[in-house]
Every structure is written in C-alpha cells, then in structure tokens.
Design a protein around this ligand. Sequence first.
Ligand code: NAD
Length: 308
Amino acid sequence: MTRIAFIGLGNMGGPMAANLAQAGHDVQAFDLSETACAAARDAGCRVADSTAQAVEAAEVVVSMLPSGAIVESVYLGDDGLLARLPENTLIIDSSTIAADTARRVAQAATHRGLRMIDAPVSGGVAAAAAGTLTFICGGSEADIDAARPVLGAMGKNVLRAGDSGAGQIAKICNNMLLAVHMIGTAEALALGETHGVDPSVLSEIMLASSGRNWSLEVYNPWPGVMENAPASKGYQGGFMVDLMHKDLGLALDAAQHEGASTPMGALARSLYALHRQAGHGRLDFSSIQSLLRAQTDADQSPGVDHST
Ligand code: NAD
C-alpha cells in the first residue's frame, strides 16, 4: 500500500484514481470540480480540500491535468506543490503537455531533491476505466522503475522513451500519427461510399489489405460499422476533438522548435481546426468523418467538374 496524492479527477484522472484505490493504495484526491471529487469519494478515495492538503504525507503524487499552464501553476511558485513536498517524493505527471514544460517542472523538482517523471498515457477513457492504459515515460530508469508499481495499477504497459520530456515527445508523435490515419481512414470510407460500396464491407476489405490500421481495427469512424465505437454513439465519449487539436498543436510546436517538417501533421491540425470551428470540439475525434463525408457529398453537387 502506497500513500498517493492524485490531482485532477476528470474523464481520465477519475477512473485512474479509482483503480489505484481499488488496488489497495491509500489515495488522497483533489479536483476543482465538486462533482469529480464526489465521484472519487464514491470510488474509495479520500477527498482533500486543496492540492496542498492532498499531498500531506504522500509518498507519490500523480497529476492528470488539462494543460501545461495548469501543471506549472500547480507545481511551481511559492505556493506550488514542489515547495511543500519532502525530499525524495516521487512525482508522476500524466497530463499531455509540451516537452519543454515537462522538463522545466522536472528540473525544478530535481533542484528541490524530488524525483519527477513525465508519463502521459495512450488508451483513452475506456482504457483508463479498465486499467489498461499505456504509460509513455520520460525520466531516469530508476525513477520510472520506482513508479512501476503505481502505474501498474492503472495500465498494462509502462514504456520508457528516454530522459525527462521524452515521454511527451513520444506521446505527441503517436497522436500525430493517430490523427493522420484516422483522417485517411475517414476519407477512404467516404470515397467508397459515394461509389456505392458499403462502409462495413469496405472496412472488412481494408482490414484484410494494406490499408489496415488501428482506426479500422478498433475505432471505425463510420456510424454503425462498429457497435462500441464512439461513431455508433453519436460521437459521444472517447477522445475530444479539442484535445486532439491541442496535441497536434504540441506536435507542430515541437517540429518548429527543431526545424522539422511535419506536413501531414500540419494538414491534420488544420482539418481539426475547421471541425472545431464548426462547433464539434467536444465530440470524439473520429467525428472528423462528418467533415469529410459532407465535403464528398458536396463534390457530387451540380457545377463540380469531375473530369480533371
Ligand atoms: P478533463 O478536462 O476531463 O479533466 C481535467 C480535470 O482537471 C478536470 O476535472 C478539472 O477540474 C481538473 N483541474 C483543472 N485545474 C485543476 C487544478 N488546478 N487543481 C485540481 N484539478 C484541476 O481532461 P481529461 O480528458 O481527463 O484529460 C486530462 C489529460 O489527459 C489532458 O492532458 C489530456 O490531453 C490527456 N489525455 C486525455 C485522453 C482522453 O481520452 N480524454 C487520452 C489521453 C490523454
């Protein structure tokens, strides 16, 4: 049993904290949202009145917050958690944030004699609830090994990408690829459908062919093809367009920082920006299907020259 402080009990953090409590850890949790705190209490966590109270006597701190600015505000500064924690406390930040921010906070932690790793996750809300997340970690091997018993109660894979910040880089590379193959899958399904090929049949064919990919395997974007996918539930739940847009922004910032070229990532971000502007920011990211389907339908309208 480890005494764990858990900060940020949203769509992901709520079920992650619940799994830690269920595994027998002593979890003291905090979120700004009273609803989220009440759900954590029901799931077996003790609920604190503030971040400061949550970390009292904690051996390990886990945070799952929406943005880098919030992570900095929670940890840094005179009132930040780094100033309160006893030496050698292990901090695991699982938020998806810029690698630079992760490194800055980890350096400040090291300066105070604390241990910190970045451990963003892949897997989404369903995997958070099932305890099958993949943790993509950056930090020293020793610190990541020390975190394994805690991470193991929330996920099935703990992978080390490299030193501090490398977990965030690997995570955004993965999400950039995810966005690109989701958009490609949606585009192929829309094209097939305009020519009368049933999207379910086309999906089966592409799954048995070289177009096979994760979106087709477990997250088909066409409504009705896959019973449990967000597409068949009005694109509710899952991984929001707003968060994918944020992650693509982090990928492009990282590319710009090193002068790298990421044309597919840039196009993907632009398409997700268009989709958000149309008011779909809170839908699951596979709803990009509706954008591509509408465009393909529009191409069929009179006045569009298909001869070239
Ligand atoms: P969310 O918005 O549902 O939850 C964030 C929670 O943090 C909220 O409950 C909010 O009240 C709380 N919070 C904000 N500021 C706080 C503060 N100062 N102190 C305490 N609590 C505070 O977001 P989420 O979907 O749980 O995502 C969290 C992180 O995980 C993000 O960085 C996201 O990119 C990443 N992520 C999300 C998914 C997903 O499928 N939702 C998948 C992988 C990674």
